[in-house]
Ligand binder design. Sequence first.
Ligand code: FUL
Length: 484
Amino acid sequence: MSQSPRPPAAPAAPAAAPLLPFPPTSARPRPSAAQLAWQREEIALFVHFTVNTFTGLEWGMGSESPAIFNPRALDARQWARVARQGGAGTLILTAKHHDGFCLWPTKTTTHSVVSSPWRDGKGDVVREFVDACRAEGLDVGLYLSPWDRNAACYGQGEAYNDFYIEQLTELLTQYGPIVELWFDGANGEGPNGKKQEYDWARIHETVRRLQPGAVMFSDGGPDLRWIGNETGSAGSTCWSSVDPQRVPYAGFDAPWVNEALQQGDPHGTAWRVGETDVSIRKGWFWRSSEDDQVRSPANLLALYFSSVGRNSKLLLNIPPTDEGLFHENDVRAFLEFARLREQLFASDAAPGASLGASSGGESASAVFDGAPDSYWAPAEGEHSGWLELRWPQPVSFDVVHLREAITEGQHIANYRVDVWRDGAWAPLTWGTTIGYCKLNPVPLTETDRLRVVIEHAYDRPRLARIALHRNPTGTVVEKAPWAL
Ligand code: FUL
């Protein structure tokens, strides 16, 4: 979204009411049940598909003929099966991208599948997509681009806002439960050279009314925020809270925006977790020239470390080909990535340890039970403390995996991990936030004594998990194939 044209100044959308809030016990923000479930899913797949799939463009012009849209072998069930096999919980489809071509038979325009040769103009990609997701037990998300380079009413104030709300209403009422709406901040010129002022307040109200269980993504929330880049990198400091005034609406531009989105704000009043959207290929849309430039499984694992492993969620794009299928190279890489995660998590040296704590020791074993809501915390009122692990024999690992119990908020601001070496504690790794999940790659380490020190927390630090893994790829592969 960073390379997008920027919108004219628009009034800030009012903060939406939180979804299904837990009863507050402290002033710090905490997730709604929907936000919590969303983050615990960890991985979702993005499906970028439109006329661009047939032209090779990233941003369609809006003037493409619907005659070019003909994915002869389209099988949404293949997308959903791969998503499920690879451990994604939700699929998000571009129902309309910036080119304005609608993948469902909308009443608002003829610039849609109805005017295409695909299924003789009687097809509905959104319907096939939704049915396939449900058949595979997956949740459904939809992307509806506010920027529309085809609609004649774009840039004409209320006329386009009405048109957009009508499209949104069709999608929210005809396809059953939608768990996530993805609102892109891109705001460029329409066919008449004009830009549009989007009515975010009305958009949010429409979603809340028609799909009260859904979460809404945009730069400015209201429920989820963009992570500030498209390279797959959440901040190593990453708060789930933000100050809603700093990035008040989708597409808002200011010098601080990307950093504010990447890092969040420890004193922010709104719970708005960052979503890390990134493509398995260089572009968002499929083109044959990139078939051998798909990210490797090891690189996808690195993306997992820099997104989920930094308190974010990974939204990985796999673009269908012009046949309407995920390409075999993408499928292979994604499924192998799932196998690597399995191997990573299957290796855990921590649980055999005996535990000691600065205080609160009676709950220390909760860090090994795998349950996200059971935790060790130091005595009431203490905002720092440590937990020590000792093994009868040395263990070895190269990933330190920590999780905070976030149901009651994200509080840990600084931590350190020490190992016992030559009669003294030596720092192995350290960091700022933990949040839902923190994966710290460390040099291959052998030790029989380790401690996790919470140096500072803004409220009660609740440590839900300590695990020590071996990375099956040996090293974290930071670079995508096209950057090597
Ligand atoms: C951006 C868009 O301009 C890209 O085409 C893509 O959809 C990405 C996810 O968001 O803002």
